[in-house]
Design a binder for this molecule. Sequence first.
Ligand SMILES: *Cc1c(COP(=O)(O)O)cnc(C)c1O
Length: 443
Amino acid sequence: MGALHGADADIGDLADVVTRFIAERLTRSPLGRTASATDMRVALDGAITSGGLGAAQAWSLFTDEVMANTIGIDSERFLAFIPVSPAAAAAWVDAVVGTTSVPAESWLEASGAVAAENQVLAMLAGLAGMPDGAGGCFMSGGSIGNLSALAVACDQRPDRRIVAVADTAHASIGNTLRLLGLTALTVPTGTDGRFAGNALAEAARGRTDIGIVVGSAGSTNAGLIDDLDGLADVADSLDAWFHVDGAYGAATLLLPEFAERLRGIGRADSFIVDPHKWLFAPAGSCALVYRHPALAAAVHAQHGPYIDVFRSDGDEWNPADFGYQLTRRATGLALWFALVLHGTDAFAAAIRRGVELARYAAAAISGAGPHVSLVIEPELSVVLFRRKDWDRAAWSSWARRLLDDGIAFVAPTTWRGEPVGRLVFMHPLTSTSLIDEIIDTLR
Ligand SMILES: *Cc1c(COP(=O)(O)O)cnc(C)c1O
């Protein structure tokens, strides 16, 4: 029986093999493929045995079956959903975070990691224009970040159970409202696809039951930033909690040219941004920031004789107090390290590249001929477009063909009831020639 731990751990040359795998992956990520359930059952049949298969065989199964049948969301050819394109430095340090299980729930256990994570949160809060004292924690993703923030909002406005949201709000907001027993007042976005202050004012006229307003700093489907300043005005007048879901788009806080578009985000009571989206951290990271973190601690701090030890002397900041998660990876450390290594200018340039690629694609679609057209001018890095005479089935077979041909992973979507094409650009190495190639397939 092989040893699991220590110098005698029975892992063959896994250390070298895995290091090489990571290094290669960070040079070039394959697009991957999706297998059928039957194929996967056969491929993995008998993998878990009483005696173990040993390092070599286990690693082959892992690479040849598990990884090979997994889409490379970090590939420069992954243009669906919201991709994850980790910076090399972030990915390497995330491997260390995973290896060491940095116990980042409390200052007592992880003062170094928590201080570094808080430095990033303070930077983000500062860029947003929030006052000193704003703060929060890193969580595992935007969905749990939205849930955690809205649980605090709900606690602050216990008698008003209506939440004003746009028809473009992310699916996690709907689920959050259901979990918290809140009810959505869904406000239609205008022709420009944005949730506007005057539309909110109109929907709220005469109502006294709205306790929360949720805006988006980058809607997921079309990548459009809501009228945050206008929403903040109305939220103020309603005395409602204002939450900004910036999971995807609030990364543009790093771009001065987006400052005007994002105006109002600093007036929020809470906002989120996912480092695993446009801040180039590996999957599993959301930055959650509150204007008044103490309000969050009153909701989320877990108590018990085995936990309250956190809160003895030297208690500076316990990330677990600010969201619905106790044991946690230090999911902000990879971003912190990459920021320290590269500086914010390199991040800004990489984010800006996504915006430029979207504009390139939009221009190319507009010039490609009468069979294709833009749905709406891109603002962030999402491009929506029409193809004459294509129904949902035609879009699906197009997406399947691009994947089977190893060109790209794309996912069509729906815009106001109409099936349309969608491309999302996050990986700074996606080439304009790939974009041309994809647009060519729309003929
Ligand atoms: C992706 C996304 C979320 C959900 O984040 P996860 O990290 O996938 O849980 C929430 N809101 C917006 C706007 C998003 O784009």
